[in-house]
Design a binder for this molecule. Structure first.
Ligand code: SF4
Ligand code: FES
Length: 359
């Protein structure tokens, strides 16, 4: 039997006031009328808790767009779960936050697109900067811990020092600087988003210095730009190992991007329990452990560190979800990534960003 998951990522809705082109949500977003009901979500939370999950991350899209959010927070809280609200901050008034905190929100994760108003709003596709700054102050006033999350890419990487300063100014306890991972909308916009080697060479030491300077005050988590690395990231810390995601329509995913693997048979909470899916479904068991691996991963000592990299990326770039992540320098398909870096990084050829929108 697999070990219990630490947490549930509950994507309550794909609807969102922002239109960020780096979004990892699928191109085909779930429409409002296909979203799970309040009752469905309560049942999902019950089942996640019974499975052993102790953290519930309420995410999207923008979870504030669900009118039943207070009821869902209260239910997650009543189960003894730690409740994390993952939000753009748009729609988070002081009163609304106060009432959500009173029913059980324990932590807020706020997205920030860039360090300046103009940069932030250009990437978000709407005027959101001032509302984010305001939202951060409400979180602080409420006495809740704040994480700021910024997805990094070619359009904001040069402002990394400003982003760190902004998160400090906002009073964040933790800053996640996550180089874009290329799934969904981000994959579609990869040519606009891929950072250059020169940008990373400047940004990496700035982040390292800030991590040292702010140790004990603000934790900075830095997710690497894996296309530029020699080894892949330990994606999800192993498939079906720590967390499960429930999409707005009830699809249960071993990782938030797993719908990109078209060969994967995805189960839904309307048809099966989380217990059944976590422990026995073909989708969750497909890449658990090491048996499924091919060489070079199978005989590689790093397999216990990176688990062969990312299954979604392997599928997208090679058509085989069990292949070594092509980001790895030992992968026979590494040339695919090198070719992308060569062809998509010439700044004169950067196309316009396709903004994330419901069709
Ligand atoms: Fe990781 Fe596989 Fe590359 Fe080894 S061969 S470093 S296990 S991805
Ligand atoms: Fe799906 Fe890495 S994003 S396994």
């Amino acid at each position: 039997m697999a070990e219990a998951p630490f947490g549930l990522l509950a994507e309550l809705t794909h609807r969102c006031p922002l239109q960020c082109g780096y979004c990892s949500n699928p191109l085909e977003l779930v429409r409002r009328d296909a979203e799970l009901s309040t009752e469905d979500w309560r049942r999902v939370f019950d089942q996640a808790r019974a499975l052993g999950a102790l953290q519930i991350h309420l995410s999207g899209g923008e979870p504030l767009l669900r009118p039943d959010l207070p009821e869902l927070v209260a239910h997650a809280n009543s189960l003894g779960c730690y409740v994390n609200l993952v939000t753009s901050g748009v729609g988070l008034s002081r009163d609304r936050l106060r009432s959500l905190a009173s029913v059980g929100v324990d932590h807020v994760q706020l997205s920030l697109q860039d360090a300046t108003r103009s940069g932030n709003d250009r990437i978000a596709g709407i005027k959101a900067f001032d509302r984010k700054v305001e939202a951060a102050s409400f979180v602080l006033d409420e006495g809740l811990p704040l994480t700021v999350n910024t997805v990094l890419h070619r359009q904001n990487l040069d402002n990394i020092a400003g982003i760190i300063a902004m998160a400090e100014q906002m009073g964040a306890e933790r800053l996640e600087l996550a180089n874009t991972q290329y799934y969904g909308w981000a994959l579609r916009n990869r040519a606009v988003l891929l950072p250059t080697r020169a940008q990373l060479a400047v940004a990496d030491p700035i982040v390292a210095a800030a991590q040292d300077r702010l140790r004990g005050r603000m934790e900075i988590v830095y997710v690497i730009a894996d296309y530029h690395e020699a080894h892949p990231k330990p994606c999800m810390y192993g498939w079906g190992a720590r967390q499960l995601t429930v999409a707005p329509n009830g699809d249960v995913l071993p990782c938030p991007a797993a719908t990109v693997i078209s060969s994967l048979e995805i189960e839904n909470v309307r048809d099966s329990s989380l217990h059944e899916i976590w422990h026995h479904s073909p989708s969750f068991n497909a890449f658990r452990g090491f048996e499924w691996m091919q060489d070079p991963c199978r005989s590689c000592p790093r397999k216990e560190i990176d688990f062969g990299g990312c299954r979604c990326q392997a599928f997208q770039l090679t058509g085989d979800a069990a292949a070594t992540d092509p980001v790895c320098s030992l992968s026979p398909a590494r040339s695919t990534v090198d070719l992308i870096l060569e062809t998509e990084m010439a700044p004169s050829e950067v196309p316009a960003m396709a903004m994330r929108k419901m069709r």
